[in-house]
Design a protein around this ligand. Sequence first.
Ligand code: G6P
Length: 612
Amino acid sequence: MCGIVGYIGTKQAYPILMKGLQRLEYRGYDSAGVAMISNELNVYKCKGKVADLHAFIADKDISGTIGIGHTRWATHGVPNDVNAHPHYSASKNMVMIHNGIIENYGPLKQELIKRGHQFLSDTDTEVLIHLIEDIQQKENVRLGEAVRIALNQVVGAYAIVVLSKDNPNELIAAKKGSPMVIGIGEDEFFIASDATPIVEYTKNVVYLEDEEIAFIERGKELKLKTIKNKAKTPYIQELELKLEALEKGGYDHFMLKEIYEQPRSIKDSMRGRLSSEKGIVNLGGITEYEQKFLNAKRIIVIACGTSWHAGLVAEYLFEDLARIPVEVEYASEFRYRNPIVYEDDVVIAISQSGETADTLAAIELAKSKGATIIGICNVVGSSIARATHAGSYTHAGPEIGVASTKAFTAQVTVLTLMALRIAFRKGSISASRFHELLSELEAIPEKIERVLKTNDQIKFIADIYKNSSNALYLGRGYSFPVALEGALKLKEISYIHAEGYPAAEMKHGPIALIDEEMPVFVIATKGTSYEKVVSNIQEVKARKGKIIAIVTEGDTQVKEMADYTIEIPETDEILVPLVSVVPLQLLSYHIAVMRGCNVDQPRNLAKSVTVE
Ligand code: G6P
């Protein structure tokens, strides 16, 4: 969480910083701030979004070719002007931006207070910049060295950039557990939490490793060192990111654009990996580790949020097709409960951003116990992608809307390919079923195109239920994770309380909530549980609940019972989640827009959760 940017070069820093902050706003939007040096060190910060900061700065001095900027998701201290970054050192000659949490900030702060330091904010960040300045003055060392010494005293996660009035030609950056990328241009450098603020200026980037410090000096080569004082050679990579992928492209919101991108993003997830004609599924990234899958007695999936829902689909897929037992774990629970992990376990870590702190920590734990870790990430070069033994990228392209849509379907696509590949290698699936599933999977993008054409009808239904206070989502089998995901989409962007439940479990609790006000969204597509779901629908109807059902094209039985139905094209039961989730995404989107909610940046949330 929190987005950080920095610039040093020949251009004016402010426009670059502000544009960068807008790109990073998905990481948090409680408050924002910038600092530039011209003659003076000018710091401007305020509560609110980047646009509020821009308005606040309107008549101020924004000159300078060196600067830093921050957009915050509050951890320590409420979102207000004072807690906004950048934070000052004691002398106010230095400022720092920070993403992460300094866990031992309490004792460090007490120590500094004893020595006469006074703090303006409640943040851990302010403690660290005070410490850095304190060290610089006491030890009489250069700024970078003071940062290095200070970081050796820090427990926690950080991506920081330090700017000092006394060093107007240098930025010092460092990271541990929070991401940081440095873009190398001609006579200029860009620093950011991810590559999105950098891509339009340069394609050459260096991803900082944990505990590395970057010494970024005007007109000089980039220098790296570890906090243990070991020099490192920067590894320059070429960015593949395209600028168009970061724009709304005519859609009102990123979320809508990303929903509509799914036919393409799913094709991209399958590209070069699947040929139904040749009967091939191949995931190059995991070839070396296939034997581990074949020997595995168990698969453990670790993930958070929507990625965890994709993990639940994987449980059905791997057990059904590859006959390997699967446990799906919330990363945040797994990491703290002394889990039993065997050396022959395969752990699949799923993460859109590749930066989720809990998932990363769960990976490290499973790794330390000798398990094989396979990553499924969207962001190339992300921390999780690098922490895993092997993996497959989802190739969905940048997802900017905070509510995940195309990343979910891309994750499920890759997990389906993986389960099919392992099932094929294990011989746990017949040749005819294998071929049938390959053809069905290839046809999914076109089926989603057809679902997208029902948008007007979905909007009509959204209008009817937009003022509900509660909603229930029901599904069974492969549709149970979709019910969870549908409920999550609604609550996170429209703030309507929603619960996803296995349809048969409804009678053990949620049924008590049902009355004529309560919309119940049911995934009632054709498949093994169809008749059972029909019975569950009857139970809702008997209590006057409103039924909105996702049904297979041509369905008649559910249509007769439901208040509204949305038809989706028929596909194999195991692939239904890829199609049935789409109308639920659109429904939440329209309800949120109709309720006047900020769809792309819902309150209190952030896209990338890099703190516990
Ligand atoms: C946040 C996002 C969700 C996402 C979850 C896990 O809560 O708002 O959309 O599903 O983090 O993120 P990851 O990047 O690991 O998939």
